[in-house]
Design a protein around this ligand. Structure first.
Ligand code: GTP
Ligand code: MG
Length: 436
């Protein structure tokens, strides 16, 4: 039986999608999103199986009768894999595989599979490795033999090799699990990620003066496209889920004299696996540190309303529920249901309607962002000694100087500056500092 789960890749595999929803729950049981996820991972959807259930069967999630019905469908559709929209316990997976004689994946494993394929930078790869180890580990047996050689090599090439856990190249040997080895690898990964984290914190500190904006939104909403259109950043754009797995940050001038940093993020998704949220903390750090979030909403997607809720749920989870948000209704060029666009415009009256692709509405977006950024600006007057080079260079970098007067011993400067920069300015100890 263990052989079934030698690889959790679903690329080119024929999949049966299953959604089991409690009869009482408000959650919809439609399989649109799971279909998108499965297709994104490269699976071919052979059949869909939706079930309202009265209660979760602890052994098989679905009732046993339904599980047996699934076994029949596997034969009928010649399926290689069954993918559940639900998260299953290791025991449920084992039991379902026993009944259906087919590999069973749950929703989190599917998402992890997509993330593993998409991760580009070392940080993203390490994050996915860690999430996979932590999530998949209890769900797998006898798949860890190849970690031997990785650990033996000091873990130097681990990112690539361990990216294969549950995904690639595991068929060759079947040795007993070495729990200590996996535990050790998890510790190594965490240490390495912590190092990267520390470096990033330094980078972020260095940019503390500048107004920071983070693009957030459901996967495929058009965040990377918007970043590209606004800044010519050349960020990877693809009509797939989770195209972006690394944060990208670019300078952007939404208006003359206004400079901000604009960051792209990984797409959000309903019920993002908990392990992924935890290990992607560093990537989402950009979001946590932002002064403003731009929430990109795909209005051409009939699921837009639900996607907004999902994004808000993730934002709350990472502690960003209170951040200022500018909502952006994207893809207005291909809206199929005008009703949905109108509903969203009514629900979010401050939202800007745009097309990141055709640049429609971007001028209004620029103006709004500049207004918001200026709104957090204050005007100050300060005095410093003529030799106060540090203060002056700080102001030249981070403020807009509107007046500068020199006397024999000191200089008086008036400038507009971000409110959040005042403490940094004060720490440079000007002779006097007042807000106007
Ligand atoms: N028609 C149209 N298509 C758009 C628009 N904006 C983005 N797209 C398309 O939508 C798809 C997804 O765009 P991305 O920019 O990769 O989306 P994303 O939000 O960065 O996605 P993830 O990185 O997966 O989270 C691409 O095929 C884009 O070309 C738009 O305004 N109009
Ligand atoms: Mg993207």
């Amino acid at each position: 039986m263990e052989k079934l789960r030698q690889t959790l890749k679903v690329k080119k595999e024929r999949a049966i999608l299953v959604a089991a929803v409690l009869r009482k729950s408000a959650e919809s049981d439609d399989l649109a999103e799971l279909t998108a996820l499965a297709t994104s991972a490269g699976a071919l959807v052979a059949d869909r199986f939706q079930q309202k259930i009265r209660r979760i069967n602890p052994a098989t999630y679905l009732g046993r009768g339904k599980a047996e019905e699934l076994a029949d469908r596997v034969k009928k559709f010649n399926a290689d894999v069954i993918i559940f929209d639900n998260d299953l316990s290791p025991a449920q997976i084992r039991e379902l595989e026993e009944i259906t004689k087919t590999k069973v994946l749950d929703r989190s494993e599917l998402i992890l599979d997509i993330f593993a394929t998409r991760a580009k930078t070392r940080q993203a790869k390490l994050q996915v490795d860690l999430a996979q180890l932590e999530y998949t580990y209890p769900r797998l047996t006898r798949m860890w033999s190849h970690l031997d050689s990785v650990a033996g090599a000091g873990g130097a090439t681990a990112a690539g090799a361990v990216g294969g856990i549950g995904t690639r190249g595991t068929g060759e040997k079947q040795l007993e699990i070495d729990r200590r080895l996996v535990g050790k690898r998890i510790t190594e990964l965490k240490r390495e990620l912590a190092d990267i984290d520390r470096r990033r914190v330094r980078e972020i500190d260095a940019r503390s003066g500048i107004f920071k904006i983070c693009l957030v939104g459901y996967t495929n909403a058009g965040k990377s496209t918007l970043l590209n259109t606004l800044t010519d950043a050349g960020v990877f754009v693809e009509d797939r889920l989770f195209a972006t797995l690394d944060t990208r940050t670019r300078k952007w001038n939404p208006a003359r004299g206004v400079e901000v940093l604009l960051s792209d993020t990984v797409g959000f998704v309903r019920n993002l696996p908990h392990q992924l949220v935890a290990s992607f903390k560093a990537t989402l750090e950009e979001t946590v540190n932002a002064d403003l979030l731009i929430h990109v909403i795909d209005v051409s997607n009939p699921e837009a309303l639900r996607q907004i809720d999902s994004v808000n749920a993730v934002l709350a989870e990472i502690g960003c529920a209170e951040k200022p948000v500018l909502n952006v209704l994207n893809k207005v060029d291909i809206v199929s249901k005008l009703g949905l666009l109108q509903t969203l415009q009514t629900l979010l009256p401050d939202a800007v309607s745009i097309s990141a692709k055709t640049a429609l509405g971007l001028d209004i977006l620029c103006r709004k962002v500049a207004e918001i950024q200026r709104g957090t600006q204050i005007t100050i007057r300060l005095k410093c000694p003529l030799a106060g080079g540090k203060i002056q260079s700080f102001l030249r970098t981070h403020a807009r100087i509107t007046d500068e007067r020199y006397s024999d011993s000191e200089v008086t400067i008036e400038a507009t500056i971000g409110k959040n920069l005042l403490p940094a300015l004060e720490s440079l100890r000007p002779q006097s500092l007042q807000t106007l």
